[in-house]
Ligand binder design. Structure first.
Ligand SMILES: CC(C)(COP(=O)(O)OP(=O)(O)OC[C@H]1O[C@@H](n2cnc3c(N)ncnc32)[C@H](O)[C@@H]1OP(=O)(O)O)[C@@H](O)C(=O)NCCC(=O)NCCS
Length: 393
C-alpha cells in the first residue's frame, strides 16, 4: 500500500470541511445569527430594533465597546468621529494620482495602507492605540471615498460638515447635498446593516491576520481584499449591473431560466448560513427602504425596485425549495443605486461600514488569541525521484 492510500484509510481523519462549511472556529459576543427564526443580534440587540431606533454611531459604539452608549458616551464618541473626518493632504494627493477609473475599494485599501505605513503602525496590543486607529479608520474611510468620487468626476471636493452625523455627512460629501429624511434613513440603515455579520469571509480573514499578532491596520487591509470578491462584498456591485442588464421586469423570468440552464449563479441570492426556511432578515429591512425610495423618487428608482422585486419572486419560485433566497446585497444594491451611488462604489460602501465589525472581532479575538493555522489534506504523490532537467520529456 502506498503512503497516499494509507492516508485515506481513516474516514473521520480523512474528512475535509470544504470552505469550512459548518465549522465553528471562534467564540464571540458580538453578533449572533439565528437562522431558525431569521434574526440577527448585535451584542444581544435585535438588528431590526437597532435599525428602527439607533444611529450608526450608537451601533458602532455598541459593536466596539459591547454596550449601548449613554448620552455622554455617545456625544464623546460622535465628536471624536467628527474630529477625525479630516484627512491629510498627502492622502488626497495620492487619490489624485490614481487612474480615474480605479476601483474605489482598491483606492480605499491603498489609502488605508498608506496611512498605516506612514504612522509606522505596529502591534503594541495597546487597547487604547487600537481603538484610536479604529475610530480613525471609521471616520476617515467615507471621506476618502467621497473625495475619490468628486476628484474622479472633475468636481470640487466637498468639505465635511461638523453638524452632520456620520451617514448624512458621507452623503453630503459625495453629492454636495444634504440628504432628505428618507435618504438619510437609507444611508444610516445601509451603514448599520453592513456593520457586522458574524464570521463572514472578510471577518475571518481579519482575525486570521490578527491571530499572527500582526497589527490592526494589516488585518483591515487583508479584510478589504477578501471583501472585494463577488461572492462576498463585490456582490452588491454585480447585483446592480445585473438589474440594469435585465432592464425590464418583463424580462426577469427568461433571465432566471437562462441562468439556471447555464448553471450560473444569480447575484444577490444564496448564502452560506441562510439555507433553511428562514430568509436573510436584512432583505426585508432593505426592501422596505428601497420601496420608500422608489415611491418617493419614481423613474429609474422605481424601475430598478420593480425588477428586483420580480427577480425575488421568480428566484423563489425556481430555486426557493433548494434554500436559495435573496441575500442582503439584492436590495442593498437597489438602495445604493437609488441614492445615486455608482455600482463600482458599492463594495467600498460595504467596507466602510464593515470596518466596525472587523475591528470589533480582531480586538475580541486578541483577548484569547490563538494562531489560526488549520490543516490541509495532502492528496499528491510521495517519494518521486528527482529527474535532472536534461532527462525530462
Ligand atoms: C453566497 C454563495 C457563495 C454561497 O455559496 P455556498 O454556501 O457554497 O452554496 P453553494 O454554491 O454550494 O450552493 C448550494 C446550491 O444552491 C445553488 N445556488 C446557490 N446560490 C445560488 C445563486 N445565487 N444562484 C443560483 N443558484 C444558487 C447552487 O448552484 C447549489 O445548487 P446544487 O446543490 O444543485 O449544486 C452563493 O450562494 C453565491 O455564489 N451567491 C451569489 C453571490 C452573492 O450574492 N454573494 C453575496 C452573499 S451575501
Amino acid at each position: 500500500m502506498s503512503k497516499v492510500e494509507a492516508l485515506g484509510q481513516n474516514a473521520e481523519r480523512d474528512r475535509v470541511y470544504w470552505g469550512l462549511e459548518g465549522v465553528y472556529v471562534n467564540e464571540t459576543c458580538i453578533c449572533y445569527i439565528d437562522t431558525e427564526s431569521g434574526k440577527i443580534y448585535y451584542r444581544g440587540y435585535d438588528l431590526e430594533d437597532l435599525v428602527r431606533h439607533a444611529s450608526f454611531e450608537e451601533v458602532a459604539y455598541l459593536l466596539l465597546y459591547g454596550k449601548l452608549p449613554n448620552r455622554r458616551e455617545l456625544e464623546e464618541f460622535s465628536n471624536k468621529l467628527r474630529e477625525k473626518r479630516y484627512i491629510d493632504s498627502d492622502v488626497i494627493e495620492l487619490v489624485r494620482k490614481l487612474p480615474l477609473d480605479a476601483y474605489p475599494i482598491d483606492v480605499l485599501r491603498l489609502c488605508i495602507d498608506y496611512y498605516c505605513t506612514k504612522m509606522r503602525f505596529v502591534n503594541t496590543l495597546s487597547v487604547k492605540d487600537n481603538y484610536e486607529l479604529a475610530i480613525d479608520l471609521i471616520a476617515k474611510s467615507p471621506v476618502v471615498l467621497a473625495y475619490l468620487y468628486r476628484i474622479s468626476r472633475g468636481l470640487d471636493v466637498v468639505l465635511p460638515r461638523p453638524e452632520l452625523d456620520h451617514s448624512a455627512n458621507f452623503y453630503y460629501m459625495l453629492t454636495g447635498r444634504t440628504p432628505d429624511e428618507v435618504e438619510h434613513e437609507a444611508m444610516n440603515t445601509i451603514f448599520i446593516i453592513y456593520a457586522d455579520h458574524s464570521l463572514a469571509n472578510s471577518t475571518f480573514t481579519a482575525i486570521t491576520v490578527g491571530s499572527t499578532l500582526s497589527d490592526l491596520g494589516s488585518a483591515i487591509i487583508a479584510a478589504l481584499c477578501s471583501l472585494k470578491g463577488p461572492l462576498h462584498g463585490g456582490a452588491n456591485r454585480e447585483v446592480v449591473n445585473m438589474l440594469l442588464e435585465i432592464g425590464d421586469e418583463g424580462r426577469v423570468e427568461d433571465y432566471v431560466l437562462e441562468k439556471i440552464k447555464r448553471k450560473e449563479k444569480i447575484m444577490g441570492f444564496g448564502h452560506r448560513v441562510y439555507k433553511g426556511q428562514a430568509r436573510d432578515p436584512r432583505v426585508k429591512i432593505l426592501k422596505n427602504i428601497a420601496k420608500k425610495l422608489a415611491l418617493r423618487k419614481g423613474g429609474d428608482s422605481l424601475k430598478i425596485y420593480r425588477i428586483a422585486e420580480r427577480l425575488e419572486e421568480v428566484v423563489e419560485k425556481y430555486l426557493g425549495s433548494k434554500g436559495v433566497g435573496p441575500n442582503v446585497d439584492l436590495y442593498a444594491g437597489v438602495v445604493l443605486y437609488q441614492l445615486g451611488i455608482p455600482p463600482d462604489y458599492n463594495p467600498a460602501v460595504f467596507a466602510i461600514s464593515r470596518v466596525v465589525g472587523w475591528v470589533a472581532h480582531v480586538l475580541e479575538y486578541w483577548n484569547h488569541n490563538k494562531l489560526i493555522r488549520p490543516l490541509e489534506k495532502y492528496r499528491g504523490p510521495l517519494g518521486l525521484k528527482y529527474v535532472p532537467l536534461e532527462e525530462r520529456e
